[in-house]
Design a protein around this ligand. Structure first.
Ligand code: ATP
Length: 243
């Protein structure tokens, strides 16, 4: 069987969920609690939900490309990271924990949860981590400007992006319960799983667009040739210019 055939048959039977938000909003706490809740409730046929802490995985898998001294943070090679994480996402049941959400292909993501925290709470949490002033301010600004929420809304269809408050332990418990219920419904609604491939209609559309682009390129070449032939016009212009 060719690898193309394998890919064409690739399906996931558990959904992939991104838990995102400004650093300190509670992504790791939510992800750990959610994975343990889901695995107690739903673990079956040897498949489990897995917490993918992307910052840790980027280091473990050699995907750090540089270091930002001012913000005291590592800069990730996103292409390399994505290549590595695609394998995990194709299995399904990934709870992806990262402050960036827009690098993952839509075809592999079923739900994006953006956690939101009031600035006074966030300030206290980040202060406890001894963040330097630049890093602290950058993160607080990011939360006020809703940077992560806007990135999520730009990258994914609105139906799969939800915003949840993460200010207290009670809110976290409610969120985990709510996401757990969503997962149960998703599994019921998708008894045959979902494809990891691009939707066939979208794939056909993409192929059509690619064909159009190639035709346009040809037209463009022809037009360019035409332009190249019209030396006279150029000279006329030059002459006019001189006058
Ligand atoms: N809903 C919440 N209520 C109260 N405390 C919380 C809540 N969520 C997180 N915390 C606390 O805030 C701190 C930061 O949480 P956590 O590490 O989960 O955030 P994070 O978003 O994963 O951060 P980072 O992006 O830096 O990894 C922890 O001390 C955690 O216990």
């Amino acid at each position: 069987m060719t690898s193309t055939t394998n890919r064409a048959m690739s399906r996931r039977y558990f959904p992939n969920i991104i838990i995102t938000g400004t650093p300190g909003c509670g992504k790791s706490s939510h992800s750990e609690s959610l994975v343990s809740h889901l695995n107690q409730e739903l673990s079956k046929k040897g498949q489990e939900f897995t917490h993918l802490n992307v910052s840790d995985l980027a280091k473990e898998r050699g995907c750090i490309e540089s270091y930002d001294e001012r913000l005291d943070t590592s800069v990730v090679d996103e292409d390399k990271l994505l290549d590595s994480l695609e394998v995990d996402l194709e299995k399904g049941g990934a709870i992806v924990d990262w402050h960036c959400c827009d690098i993952f292909p839509e075809r592999l993501i079923d739900l994006v949860v953006v956690l939101r925290t009031d600035n006074s709470n966030l300030y206290d949490r980040l202060k406890k981590r001894n963040y330097n002033e630049a890093k602290l301010q950058e993160n607080l600004d990011c939360e006020i400007m809703e940077v992560v929420l806007n990135d999520a809304r730009e990258a994914y269809i609105p139906e799969i992006v939800i915003e949840l408050n993460s200010n207290s332990a009670e809110e976290m418990d409610d969120n985990v319960e709510r996401i757990g219920q969503w997962v149960t419904n998703w599994i019921k609604d998708h008894p045959d799983g979902v494809t990891n491939e691009l939707d066939p209609e979208l794939a056909a559309l993409a192929r059509e667009e690619q064909g159009d682009d190639e035709e346009e390129d040809e037209d463009f070449e022809i037009a360019e040739e035409g332009a190249y032939d019209s030396d006279d016009d150029e000279e006329e212009y030059d002459d006019d210019d001189k006058e």
